[in-house]
Design a protein around this ligand. Sequence first.
Ligand code: COA
Length: 246
Amino acid sequence: MNPQLLLDLELKRDSHNDHACLSLAHYSLYPELSQSAASFLHPRELAYFNSLGELKRKTDFLMGRYAAKLALKRLIPGVHGSDIDIHPGVFQQPLVTGPACQGVSVCITHSANLSAALAFPTSHPVGIDLEAIEASHLPSLQEHVETSEFPAGVRSVDEDIASYTRAWTIKEALSKVLRCGLMTPFSVLRLADDGAIQNQTWSGGFENFHQYRYLSLASPKFAFALVHPGRTQPIIALEQIQAFVS
Ligand SMILES: CC(C)(COP(=O)(O)OP(=O)(O)OC[C@H]1O[C@@H](n2cnc3c(N)ncnc32)[C@H](O)[C@@H]1OP(=O)(O)O)[C@@H](O)C(=O)NCCC(=O)NCCS
């Protein structure tokens, strides 16, 4: 299996289209990438990476930055990964600086042995989240997700860990778009009751953020969510994401 995936995401509006790029990277790449980190990390990122002691954070950081640079390089042709600095803002939100990076943002997520990143025009906010599906997470997910938030077809399966994880990733993706992270009560990020299922992909809106909608897919291992402006039609090869996270 290819350990990385790079996909174009068209953000289609009535008036115009914008372009974004999604990348996913498997942690089997880490040993090799950690040896060549200077080739894609900005010197400031490299210094931070070298200062990290804990292997999990080191791996997540490097793989997240690798995925982000892949997506950014696709969006901004000719730019070198090591010229781009992705640094945290005051809410830990990722800020992109570097040549030709004005007006470009990135959203990063990591879970288990995968990282993903979405590079997009700042003018067209979108967000993603990825989460491993683990039965042991059910009690904590049940504290933050209600079965009434699931699309109609899955409402009866209230012990379904995949559905809880999907709803969680949708809320986390929205929290990244809003830059508030999970410091905001989960009830504020509630999914609306208009969720629908087509070819196992969920789509729907939010109770308190009518200007955004979501797409959600899941494999037996991972849940993945994309949040986008409600009047934007996102066009992306969902089946390729599905196959990669399976
Ligand atoms: C955003 C948040 C929900 C992500 O949760 P997580 O369990 O780390 O999950 P993920 O792996 O999916 O996402 C991590 C990425 O989210 C991004 N992120 C962090 N805070 C963010 C925010 N406020 N807005 C948007 N993105 C954010 C970062 O890029 C991070 O990756 P990196 O540290 O490697 O750059 C969580 O970190 C959060 O609630 N942050 C709020 C801000 C915060 O915690 N501040 C520090 C304490 S005061």
